[in-house]
Design a protein around this ligand. Structure first.
Ligand code: FO1
Length: 306
């Protein structure tokens, strides 16, 4: 069975790992958000792509969710000594990824080709595609003004109220090669990633939302909200400030026109009826993945839904 996962960072990476374990690499494509991408110290950084690639390679820092396991920070410390801003934590080995990416982009390679190279070099089997090779930047409107994504997320620890989001470049951004074809898979899964910060920028790429809305396969979304709280990150606060119900039902309303099945956690079993009233099939299970066995179990349940 061919499966495509639409993913942001940590939640997407964990489910990608589960699907890889359950399915085997050749059948899996992961389309990854690039709205978080940034430039620091002259380097091109693609946090969500790296989180997915490192996790699939078994090299990620499991505790933080992002970055590499067993990192050292000598370069960051030297940059600080030279007067550079070091609010964004870049490990020594992680920096090698950004150097290779930057070098290849400067040579004119598209991000999709660079990502394929890095994934191959790290022994990753599934295909990892950026949503687009073109410029796309998530900008966050807050009471303090419009902020770049990483300034909002890491620099200010996502403490600002989110009043709106702007996906710079989305109108002109074309899907990376393979993205639209991947949406024709037998199973398309929206990862339990942040609907606004991770999935929306992906859908904002020209033609992607339409391709998902008319996709021929089974389309399944996993709620990132469990028991009224986000598993990780600011999804709950953002749902609230943007006027949505902070629950799996609120998430289901956002995805209702795009998916056939909504997967919600056992803690939210009481929402199964209202979610079904939206015209969706509901699957209730333990969605909090934890380690590899939990990821693989959830992945197998998703495969059975197709
Ligand atoms: N997230 C943080 O909260 N603090 C950091 O210092 C940080 C550094 C970092 C470096 C490389 C990388 O690939 C990811 C990194 N992240 C960090 C995660 C990143 O901000 C992601 O965009 C978010 O987790 C949202 O997906």
């Amino acid at each position: 069975m061919n499966v495509t996962l639409l993913a942001g960072g940590v939640g997407g990476a964990r489910l990608a790992h589960g699907l890889d374990l359950a399915l085997g690499a050749p059948s899996l494509t992961v389309v990854v958000n690039v709205g978080d991408d940034t430039q620091l110290h002259g380097l091109a950084i693609s946090p969500d792509i790296d989180t997915v690639v490192y996790t699939l390679a078994g090299l990620n820092d499991e505790e933080r969710g992002w970055g590499l396991r067993g990192e050292s920070y000598a370069t960051l410390s030297a940059l600080r000594d030279l007067g550079e801003d070091t609010w964004f934590t870049l490990g020594d080995r992680d920096l090698a990824t950004h150097i290779v990416r930057t070098q290849r982009l400067h040579r004119g390679e598209p991000l999709s080709a660079v990502t394929a190279h890095l994934a191959r070099a790290m022994g990753v089997g599934p295909r990892v595609l950026p949503a687009t090779d073109d410029h796309l930047a998530t900008l966050v409107d807050t009471p303090s003004g419009r902020l770049g994504f990483q300034e909002y997320f890491v620099g200010r620890q996502h403490a600002d109220a989110v009043l709106g989001l702007h996906f710079e470049g989305a109108d002109a951004a074309r899907p990376a090669p393979g993205v639209l074809d991947a949406l024709a898979a037998e199973l398309v899964v929206l990862a339990p990633s942040n609907p606004f910060l991770s999935i929306e920028p992906l859908l904002a790429v020209r033609g992607v939302r339409e391709a998902l809305a008319t996709a021929p396969g089974r389309r399944v979304a996993v709620s990132p909200i469990v028991g009224g709280q986000a598993i990780k990150g600011p999804a709950a606060q953002i749902l609230e400030t943007l006027g949505h119900e902070v629950s799996a039902l609120g998430v289901a309303r956002i995805y209702a026109d795009l998916v056939d099945v909504m997967v919600i956690d056992e803690q939210d079993a009481h929402l199964a009826g209202p979610v079904a009233d939206l015209g969706l099939t509901v699957h209730v299970t333990d969605t909090v993945m934890g380690g590899p066995p939990g990821r693989e179990r959830l992945a197998r349940e998703l495969l059975a839904l197709a």
